[in-house]
Design a protein. Sequence first.
Length: 290
Amino acid sequence: MQLNLSDNTYKGVAEYVTKKLTNDFSFSEIQSLTNVIFTELLKVSKEERFLNPVSLITEGDLLLVIRAVNRLLKSEPIEYIIGNAEFYGRTFKTNSNVLIPRPETEELCEWIIADFKTANSLSILDIGTGSGCIPITLAHELPQSSVLACDVSLDALEIAKQNAELNGVSVEFFQCDILKELPVTIKLDVIISNPPYVLQSDKAEMESNVLDYEPHIALFVDDNDPLIFYKKIAKHALDTLTENGKLYFEIHERYSNEVLQLLESMNFVNIEVRKDAQGKERMVKASIQK
């Protein structure tokens, strides 16, 4: 796949990207991807591109574009290609060791921030932190907080630590297999988790950009026990949360009732299921009373 070097202008490159992606992406997706390729890979702003459409691009930059397009045609997410993603107005490093941050996770953060914006001090733990987008966002937006985060994956924790440094906040990261133990001795005010909840049997219905590239350890659970992480984390929450402490989960819309019933059976109170912007029940909050 070659690009005509006689047309190595901003306009020519944009036309190339559009032509190559037309059969695989919608018009709006192509526009968005083209903008990302220019701004993130070529470091060319949208204004510069439209004001100077005949500006030339170096051969090295052309190769970057060609490689990016080839990867997109193999369904690789653009966030992995450029190495970062936006979340809550901030930039987070991403690679195939961490899930790409989702909009519904932003909504979960918004819920927590709204609940605690006037709190004097908080101790917060994010379980299964991945890129660190949740604890880093909360550390920014709730600066009175002491924030911890854990993950079973050392590779994910390395990315999370880099993201904390990149975004200028202090988060204490540690490795933990939550199905075995939670090595936290302090009392916590808030526990959050977006645990694995996709059934192994759902793989056949999933898009290749997720199935082929995002980390399976952060996605899938056994069909025989789809709530295993919710059960374990809720049990840890009962042991670790302060009086009136709060537990927040991101959930699969399919299991909202089951998660609600689980928390009720464990004597959590003030349980609330919330819909995301798409009208799907994707978040739950519960409290404990001791």
